[in-house]
Design a protein around this ligand. Structure first.
Ligand code: OAD
Length: 234
């Protein structure tokens, strides 16, 4: 394997599936149980805030009952032991990467454990419910919404992600269907930049043919094996 000094990793719902968190598009996934336009758009929130706040309250509460799995733990080990540049870009709004110990994590679709005030636009760490309209810790307005990116909104920190991709020599996509842009386009961006690309997913994703290499299997098995390879124990 050529010397690797800078890695960008993209994770999706598949990495948290073995922890017991529903993915979006698999059979029985969240988008079979709920209409995207009702619970994951600004228009849905304007129409029925109780429904939307209740949906995210349940998902936030559910985090207390799940644990990081071997895939999160392997990435945390990579974060601790890999001396080169590393950025774990996650589309997930759960906190399992951090709870496994990873530090170099960027939540491009926001976080369940964060509140965004629609009055003062400040973000606050958030653990409780929002459907009872608690006051914003900064401005006291009862105007909090989940700090998650909905369809039609701009994902967070895109400049930082593209800058990391430009400096990377390996891009690895883990547990994501490749259905939602801009994340789904990172593999093509990486290839145009001459970055080596690897997919680790249960099945071939929609953009699988764009990757130099695609491995199929459970994240809990594939990710620890790949991390061992990178850290030189393969
Ligand atoms: P999806 O539900 O679209 O895709 C999950 C992927 O994980 C699928 O390709 C599965 O095959 C794979 N998978 C399932 N179990 C796995 C396992 N144990 N090991 C490895 N892979 C597994 O979820 P995302 O791609 O994360 O955005 O979805 C992207 C975005 O769409 C989400 O961030 C969310 C959603 O709508 C917003 O809400 C803005």
């Amino acid at each position: 394997m050529a010397e690797i000094s800078s890695i960008v990793i993209l994770t999706g719902a598949g990495i948290s599936a073995e922890s017991g968190i529903d993915t979006f598009r698999d059979a029985g996934g969240l988008w079979e149980q709920h209409r995207v336009e009702d619970v994951a758009t600004p228009e849905g929130f304007a129409r029925d805030p109780d429904l939307v706040l209740g949906f995210y309250d349940l998902r936030r509460k559910a985090l207390a009952g799940v644990q990081p799995n071997p895939a999160h733990e392997a990435l945390a080990r990579l974060d601790a032991e890999f001396s080169g540049e590393l950025l774990i870009v996650t589309q997930n709004v759960d906190n399992l990467h951090e709870r496994a110990g990873a530090r170099r994590v960027l939540h491009m679709h926001g976080e369940l454990k964060s509140a965004l005030c629609t009055a003062c636009e400040m973000r606050s760490p958030w653990d409780a419910a929002m459907s009872d309209r608690p006051p914003c810790p900064v401005c006291q307005a009862p105007s909090l919404r989940p700090d998650v990116v909905w369809f039609g909104e701009m994902p967070y920190q895109m400049d930082r992600i593209y800058s990391a991709l430009r400096g990377a020599d390996l891009f690895v996509s883990i547990g994501t269907s490749g259905a939602v842009y801009p994340a789904a386009g990172f593999v093509r961006d990486a290839r145009e930049l001459g970055v080596r690309t690897l997919e680790l997913n249960l099945e071939r994703s929609e953009g699988s043919h764009w990757f130099h290499e695609s491995r199929q299997g459970r994240a809990g098995e594939l990710v620890p094996t790949w991390v061992d390879e990178i850290l030189g124990r393969g």
